[in-house]
Design a protein around this ligand. Structure first.
Ligand SMILES: Nc1ncnc2c1ncn2[C@@H]1O[C@@H]2COP(=O)(O)O[C@H]2[C@H]1O
Length: 281
């Protein structure tokens, strides 16, 4: 773990080689107590099994991206346990909030051991961690101040010849499930106008939808990822949990601006999940 302040807006990581190797852990939903559950799934256990799998599969990890809903209800103890679990990696972690998170508690738990909503420089890349949380609401929006930060970070990256990976919690495009598409980024139109003005943006990565999405918008890679706990069934009109196991995404940000990426799920363990549930708060 590094030692930079959580309030430092600009972080730097030194990749081990020419590419930047990242791991995304998202929607961990850790509860107040170890062993707490979401739809019957023990979210500490599932995260720990995902981390074990990452350590088995990924030889090089330059940074870990934690893209929101890290605690189920914004508990300080949940974030403190996350910090503890992330110590398994010899890499710094970069967090942003989701709708279930409490930013103040995140910052309190981080205490210099991770970075919240930072702008990360790594080789010829910038990784931008945006805040799409509207406190007290499920849906997301960047809002005027975050849209402004987005614009100026992309401007700075352009001036310095950096490629950019943009990360946020809420989906900036519909994903094809009516119930969750009501929660998509409300100011997505402005988000895409900003992206379109900056050709250095090579990828947009989010959480929230608890499922894999790999598609394109022009030459920008659009990526959503499995939760480290409960999955949502793709293409559902109404809330529906999915039997797919928990997982993570790996990313390789290449020196030529390309992005290699994939997901991996924990196939060698069984998980409880209430597939009949109509949802959760
Ligand atoms: N049946 C439902 N209909 C609409 N939204 C739901 C339903 N169940 C849960 N949600 C919300 O939708 C969110 C999607 O992912 P989250 O983990 O943020 O948490 C979920 C809940 O806040």
């Amino acid at each position: 773990m590094g030692n930079l302040s959580s309030s430092a807006p600009l972080c730097r990581i030194q990749p081990a080689g020419d590419s930047v190797h990242l791991v995304q852990l998202t929607d961990t939903h850790l509860c107040a107590q170890r062993g707490g559950t979401l739809l019957d799934m023990d979210t500490d256990r599932s995260l720990q099994l995902v981390i074990r799998q990452v350590l088995r599969e990924r030889e090089v990890i330059d940074g870990v991206l934690c893209t929101g809903d890290l605690s189920d209800r914004g508990y300080l103890q949940a974030y403190q346990r996350l910090i503890e679990y992330l110590q398994a990696f010899d890499a710094e972690s970069f967090w942003l909030p989701g709708n279930h998170d409490d930013r103040e508690q995140m910052a309190a738990a981080i205490a210099g051991q991770a970075h919240l909503c930072g702008e990360v420089r790594a080789a010829n890349w910038q990784i931008l961690m945006l805040n799409s949380q509207i406190p007290g609401e499920v849906g997301g929006e960047l809002g005027a101040a975050e849209q402004e930060r987005f614009e100026s970070a992309l401007q700075a990256a352009q001036e310095q010849g950096l490629y950019t990976l943009v990360c946020l919690h809420h989906q900036p495009v519909p994903v094809g499930s009516a119930w969750i598409d009501q929660q998509q980024l409300a100011d997505a139109e402005q988000f895409w106008q900003t992206v379109d003005r900056h050709p250095g943006v090579r990828g947009v990565l989010w959480g929230h939808v608890h499922q894999q999405i790999d598609t394109w918008r022009g030459d920008v890679a659009l990526m959503a990822s499995p939760s480290t706990c409960v999955q949502f069934a793709p293409g559902s009109e109404q809330f529906k949990a999915d039997a797919q196991p928990p997982g993570y995404r790996w990313l390789e940000l290449k020196a030529d601006g390309g992005i290699g990426t994939g997901i991996s799920r924990v196939m060698d363990a069984s998980f409880n999940v209430d597939l009949e549930s109509g949802g959760y708060l």
